[in-house]
Design a protein. Structure first.
Length: 135
């Protein structure tokens, strides 16, 4: 793992949340993107090396909507940048971590992503991400 790449925050309403985080972080949102595979809208903020990703569900039965229904708005995941996502997935799987998907998936902000089951990380949903070079 190279560094914390971003922190994902589940929100109900982009119209309210994006301006709130622009004020809070004193920086504009630099990218809004829809990730169809996850049925979410994402909004990214950068302050120095720190990135925040807001996640809003596109589907009332989607993963983010269910998360908010169960736990409320707030921190959804922490993402770590890796240099070789497949190697890191193999290392973690061999160490006993459960991967939520067997292969990396295209994610937001030009990344390949894979999530680890939160039960294996003390209740924290961990995302691995690697810059996509194929785009």
């Amino acid at each position: 793992m190279l560094r914390v790449e971003h922190i994902g925050i589940a929100v109900k309403d982009f119209q309210q949340a994006v301006p709130l985080y622009e004020k809070l972080l004193n920086t504009p949102c630099y990218q809004v993107e829809t990730v169809e595979t996850e049925q979410v809208n994402t909004a990214f903020f950068r302050q120095g090396e720190t990135k925040i990703e807001l996640l809003q569900s596109l589907d009332p039965d989607g993963v983010i909507a269910r998360f908010i229904e169960k736990k409320g708005e707030g921190i959804h995941h922490i993402a770590f940048e890796v240099s070789d996502i497949r190697a890191e997935m193999a290392r973690l799987q061999a160490a006993g971590f459960k991967l939520l998907h067997p292969d990396p998936k295209p994610g937001a902000d030009n990344k390949w992503v894979c999530f680890l089951h939160p039960k294996d990380a003390n209740g924290v949903l961990v995302e691995l991400c690697q810059e996509r070079k194929d785009l």
